[in-house]
Design a binder for this molecule. Structure first.
Ligand code: CA
Length: 233
């Protein structure tokens, strides 16, 4: 049974979410206080964190950053009270994999949880995605460039693996949304740009010379490292 940690101070929202998810077969642990929620997130095994941004005793964004520092791959779905672009972008910058603006339909919450769970256990072992010195290991969901480790969140890993598997191809935003996130976001969000920004920085930080090029008006193209072998695909 999958364990979800729900950090949410609004009792009614928490009760509604908890009961619904338990009926869907999840084990839900609820914490109303941010600090206690953070402590448990760091000390107990969970498969996913559902995290409210506005908490009275602690900032959800801080909790998100802290959890992300300890576990780059643990799926985090943020619940944002304000449906503002700034809130969403802040949440994603803090390391959340996805967000859901309140009020939300329960079905949508379940669909997003399922999508994140599916991706976080995406296919182990038999493939390692490599591009010259850059290596992604689907079993551990970690990335390496030479001996440097890339700390990647679930979404960052999926996006980079997606680019690696389609190196040299021009990929439209719609394709990327569909294939990596598994559902469509509102037009006009800059979700992909935010994540591409993270990946560019992380690749640069470990000295990897692969580039994610912006293709104006279309989307992105992954240009492999200078040591990439031409036959790899
Ligand atoms: Ca709240």
């Amino acid at each position: 049974m999958h364990r979800i940690l729900l950090i949410e101070d609004e009792r009614q929202v928490a009760a509604f979410v908890r009961q619904g998810l338990e009926e869907e077969g999840y084990a839900v642990e609820w914490e109303a206080a941010g600090r206690e929620g953070l402590r448990r997130a760091l000390s107990e095994p969970f498969d996913l964190i559902l995290l409210d941004i506005r908490l009275p005793d602690h900032n959800g964004l801080e909790i998100c950053r802290e959890v992300r520092r300890h576990d780059p791959a643990l799926p985090i779905l943020m619940l944002t009270a304000l449906d503002s672009v700034e809130d969403r972008v802040e949440g994603l910058r803090a390391g959340a994999d996805d967000y859901l603006p309140k009020p939300f339909a329960f079905n949508e919450l379940v669909a997003r949880i399922e999508a994140l769970m599916r991706r976080s256990r995406l296919e182990p072992a038999d493939r390692t995605h490599t591009d010259g010195p850059l290596e992604l290991d689907p079993a551990t969901r970690r990335g390496f460039c030479l001996s440097e480790q890339l700390d990647l969140s679930t979404t960052e890993f999926d996006l980079l693996a997606y680019f690696l598997a389609r190196r040299g191809q021009v990929l439209s935003r719609d394709e990327i949304h569909r294939d990596v996130w598994g559902h469509r976001f509102d037009r006009g969000t800059n979700l992909i740009d935010v994540y591409v920004g993270y990946l560019r920085r992380k690749l640069r930080d470990v000295g990897c010379d692969a580039e994610i090029e912006t293709v104006r008006g279309v989307g992105y193209r992954y240009r492999p490292t200078s040591e990439s072998t031409p036959t790899a695909s």
